[in-house]
Write a protein that binds this ligand. Structure first.
Ligand code: ZN
Length: 395
């Protein structure tokens, strides 16, 4: 029996080694002026940049380049929009990690609108409805993690005591094209492979057990999870020589973006929002350090309060996929899943929250700010005590 489902808009996708070369022709479909948004250095310093610039010239495009360093703030987005508003750009091309793509996505959404992004951020400010129009956006990831190339939201943050990490979200912000070229991941340092890879893995797991999961997203999530299973540790341990592993993680990250955009996420991402706002901890590190324990807490709570919750069987199935073995006893399978996730967390050298500056006295306000949209699709409702327990296990 296939239950009814809806699919939200997806980008057109170009995946594979060398696909960066298609970007100029794709961009030229929209006009002759492009705003190119990149990271501070990594792409610009890479051998791929020269090829892109000459390709853009050959395709008759002129462009301005804007560089983004670190996680994007609303102020950064507003400053870019103010600077480039009158530039008559037909297309925005974002090339970089999740932060760069989120910044570029937000700028593309506001170039023709002119409002401050604070007018639209969820949970802060007036939350005006976004009418658009957005400038067509081409997303080119250079890390394998957030899946931002496939989603309709741009995550922006302000750090510190009054900090937040919130989404500007609208279907008009979905990229026109996601160009995923695994060659762009070369030179990715091990700590980024680990953090981004655990983000993608977490997004796939949370999509798979989400309250809004469906037959279509389950099939995709499983395909992404197999790729992550075969790619993540291999790429982390062998670096640039593991070409196949790298491509698998580029695929896993893309799929995680597609599934999360359809299903929402879970408790790890609910907690990633306050943790990333109050502490200078990268998003992927938060996911990596929490995913094993969050899985254990979800399983324990369901066993105790909702033994018929269908996500319990899904966790057992997940164990079989990630461990690549048939496990007859579901309880044993779920225990193996938690063990495997803990084992990966250790192999990938992900620190505990305590090592990242989080203290026991911080937990109440983290818990209080964890109930954003992600927590609402967690397969089971967690109490404040459940969430506190989860965090305590990782201090
Ligand atoms: Zn994530």
């Amino acid at each position: 029996m296939i239950a009814p489902f809806s699919l939200a808009r997806l980008p057109r996708i170009e995946f594979g080694s060398g696909r960066l070369q298609r970007v100029p022709a794709l961009a030229a479909r929209y006009g002759s002026r492009a705003l190119l948004i990149t990271g501070a250095r990594s792409f610009t310093d890479s051998p791929h940049a020269a090829g892109l610039y000459s390709g853009l010239k050959e395709a008759g495009l002129s462009w301005k380049q804007f560089q983004v360093a670190g996680e994007p703030s609303p102020e950064l987005v507003d400053a870019a929009v103010a600077k480039y508003r009158d530039g008559d750009f037909a297309v925005v091309i974002g090339i970089g990690g999740g932060s760069v793509l989120d910044a570029a996505k937000a700028v593309a959404g506001l170039l023709r609108v002119g409002n401050s992004v604070m007018d639209y951020l969820e949970g802060v400010g007036p939350e005006l409805p976004y009418a658009g129009p957005a400038v067509p956006f081409i997303a080119v990831p250079t890390t394998a993690g957030t899946g931002s190339e496939a989603t309709k939201n741009a995550v922006l943050s302000r750090q510190g005591e009054t900090g937040f990490k919130k989404s500007f979200r609208d279907e008009q912000l979905v990229p026109e094209y996601a160009v995923v070229d695994p060659d762009l991941l070369s030179g990715c340092p091990p700590e980024l492979i680990a953090a981004n890879g655990m983000d993608a893995l977490t997004q796939l797991i949370e999509s798979y057990v989400s309250l809004r999961a469906n037959t279509f997203t389950d099939a995709l999530a499983i395909s992404g999870l197999r790729a992550a299973r075969d790619g993540l540790l291999d790429w982390y341990h062998h670096g640039s020589s593991a070409l196949e592993a790298r491509a698998r993680m580029a695929y896993a990250a893309l799929i995680s973006g597609i599934t999360l955009a359809q299903t929402g996420l879970g408790s790890v991402h609910g907690l990633a929002s306050p943790l990333g706002a109050y502490f200078p901890i990268g998003h992927g590190v938060v996911c990596g350090t929490l995913v094993a324990e969050a899985t254990r807490v979800n399983i324990d709570v369901m066993r105790e309060r909702e033994p018929d919750n269908p996500a319990l069987a899904k966790y057992a199935r997940l164990a079989e996929i990630l461990c690549q073995q048939r496990i007859r006893e579901p309880e044993a399978a779920r225990e193996k899943l938690v063990q495997l996730l803990y084992d990966w967390t250790e192999q990938l050298d992900l620190p505990e929250l305590g090592e990242l500056g989080v203290e026991a006295t911080d937990l109440p306000r983290i818990v209080a700010s964890s109930r954003g949209s992600s927590m609402k699709t967690n397969p089971v409702v967690l109490t404040d005590a459940d969430i506190t327990h989860l965090l305590e296990q990782r201090l």
